[in-house]
Design a protein around this ligand. Structure first.
Ligand code: ATP
Ligand code: MG
Ligand code: MG
Length: 387
């Protein structure tokens, strides 16, 4: 299909599902991560690199055994990616500049504001102190959201500043991290859109989904989002507009807030496959993972790529998180096998931890209400994650 080898920074579940998609098309992939990481388990090659996507030496090593570099995570060393890009022997997609901007959530916000994409009001905090956080409170009112600019995921790095009194706790919780603050978004729903950007700069978007978080971790994804067709198409347009400006090709996850008055704000962007696009494996003939591979290699991506299989195709995705017992997630998984219309994905993580993403289940039917009926017992079976 294509003689080039794709090097993937990170071998977690996203890398694993990228490998699944690539292998179906006879495409070679080689992974940088710890031995036996989820993506390596399904790809028996000797050219994998043992190490970390945050180490420049390890990334350089990976670049020696591939023709194109891509990533399943944004927390990578972008200086070395830029150097590799400049040397020109190995292609980097999306561009290192895109990953550099997105991995710092404050730079990402500045970039979106500069490109006139609506986001929550944002203030940079140069010197975190009671005084500087009180100043934010005076400007934004309470609550507001204090966020780490870097290394954030699953809400680790966020702190809700409820009042003046919670400022010392916020400073302690996020000590030694570069910070910025966001005005509180009074959202009625969280939306997400997966956008594919092609090598020639076209954008295509998968349908708008609704994401439901529990303890800051994505728990459920509804496709389509339970809102109007108008809101759903506005969200797709906003997401495509946000991604249009970033250099390079690939799939991007765009998280958004829907406010009471119908305004939509971009929350944050991921320069890679995203949890809110997992359902596309079942609902579309081309999944987000395959779309990413096609985009970076400049393989065909017809406009129909992002259209669901039928006009009524609906789905709900449920994350299977680690529970109180080492096998809590396996009990849910067995129940999924008995559920009609359900597809089970387990990620091969050898150790379960509370709240760790161990797998997911997708149910597909002709309406959201049919999906709800199918998923209900599985949602009950995962209630061990409620705190
Ligand atoms: P992810 O795992 O998606 O990368 P993250 O750690 O980067 O998460 P965010 O997406 O910034 O964190 O925030 C996590 C959640 O916190 C959001 O999905 C939303 O529910 C809530 N949140 C974030 N920012 C705001 C805001 N400004 N106002 C209200 N709620 C917010
Ligand atoms: Mg994030
Ligand atoms: Mg997020």
């Amino acid at each position: 299909m294509d003689p080039r080898t794709i090097g993937i920074l990170g071998g977690g579940q996203l890398g694993r599902m990228m490998v699944e998609a690539a292998h179906r098309l006879n495409l070679r992939t080689t992974i940088l991560d710890a031995d036996n990481s989820p993506a390596k388990q399904i790809n028996a090659l000797s050219s994998h690199v043992t190490g970390s996507f945050s180490s420049s030496a390890d990334i350089l090593e990976l670049s020696k055994s591939c023709d194109i570099l891509t990533t399943e995570i944004e927390h990578v060393d972008t200086n070395i990616l830029e150097q590799i890009e400049k040397e020109g022997k190995v292609d980097v997609q999306p561009a290192s500049e895109t990953i550099r901007v997105i991995q710092d959530k404050y730079l990402q916000k500045e970039f979106l504001i500069r490109n006139k994409v609506s986001v929550a009001d944002t203030i940079k905090i140069d010197t975190p102190s009671v005084e500087s956080l009180e100043n934010v409170g005076e400007k934004f009112g309470y609550p507001y959201m204090l966020k780490s600019r870097t290394l954030a995921y699953d809400g680790r790095g966020n702190y809700v500043v409820k009042s003046k009194e919670s400022i010392p706790g916020a400073l302690e919780a996020l000590s030694n991290r570069p910070l910025y603050a966001e005005r509180w978004a009074e959202f009625t729903m969280e939306l997400a859109v997966m956008v594919v950007k092609t090598r020639d700069g076209r954008t295509l978007s998968y349908p708008t989904v609704e994401t439901i978080h529990e303890n800051n971790i994505c728990k459920l994804v509804y496709m389509p989002a339970r809102t109007t067709v108008d809101i759903r198409s506005k969200a797709q347009a906003l997401a495509e507009e946000a991604i249009r400006h970033f250099p390079g090709a690939g799939i991007f996850g765009v998280e958004m807030f829907l406010l009471k008055d119908g305004t939509i704000l971009v929350n944050e962007i991921a320069p890679r496959p995203h949890n809110s696009g997992h359902h596309t494996i079942e609902t579309h003939s081309t999944s987000q993972f395959e779309a990413h591979i096609r985009a970076i290699l400049d393989l065909p991506l017809p406009p129909s790529t992002t259209t669901p299989r039928t006009s009524t195709t609906s789905s709900i995705m449920l994350n299977i998180l680690g529970g109180p017992d080492p096998d809590s997630h396996l009990k849910v998984s067995k129940l999924a096998l008995e559920t009609p219309g359900a597809t089970l994905h387990l990620y091969g993580k050898t150790e379960s931890r509370l709240g760790r993403k161990m797998g997911h289940i997708t149910v597909v039917a002709d309406s959201i209400s049919d999906c709800e009926t199918l998923i209900a017992p599985l949602v009950t079976a995962t209630s061990y994650t409620q705190s």
